[in-house]
Design a protein around this ligand. Structure first.
Ligand code: FES
Length: 160
């Protein structure tokens, strides 16, 4: 992240721990994730240990510590999707991608995030890839989607 942008965000808040979450949210919005260097600078400004900041940030599912993959997958864990089997979908994604929510695959191709309701409950369980909604996802459908994305990436394409 550009130092000026981080400085601008930090200058908007009094250097107090009570603003930590708001600062982390703004930094992530600007950078897409919380880099190690951003955390170190936030820690210095708020006079907190970096470990404390990681501890707080990891408590919330919304924060990422790695940049997103080429394909950013969001799996809905809202109530309707949960009832329709999003747990099994999450297990499948973790197994197939070899990552957990908040992580990015080593090849940089995929990142995974769990989200609250994506607003498409009638299509549950739902996941999105770079913002494109996929409905009624089960293991077979997820494997088909991932295979198509891998093929697309190998062919140099961007879309499914
Ligand atoms: S609960 Fe998943 S889209 Fe609403």
């Amino acid at each position: 992240m550009n130092n000026d942008k981080l400085e601008e965000i930090l200058n908007r808040y009094p250097p107090s721990r009570e603003h930590l979450i708001a600062i982390l949210q703004e930094v992530q919005e600007a950078e897409g994730f919380l880099s190690r260097e951003a955390i170190v600078r936030i820690a210095a400004r708020l006079k907190l240990a970096t470990g404390k900041i990681y501890g707080v940030a990891t408590f919330y599912n919304q924060f990422r510590f790695q940049s997103s993959g080429k394909y950013h997958i969001q799996l809905c864990r809202g109530t309707a999707c949960h009832v329709k089997g999003s747990s099994a979908a999450l297990d499948c994604l973790e197994r197939e991608l070899g990552i957990h929510p908040g992580e990015t695959s080593a090849d940089g191709l995929f990142s995974l995030e769990v989200t609250p309701c994506l607003g498409a409950c009638g299509l549950a369980p739902v996941m999105s890839v770079n913002g494109e909604i996929h409905s009624c996802v089960d293991e077979i459908k997820i494997k088909t989607i991932l295979t198509a994305l891998r093929s697309s990436a190998a062919a140099g394409g961007d879309e499914l």
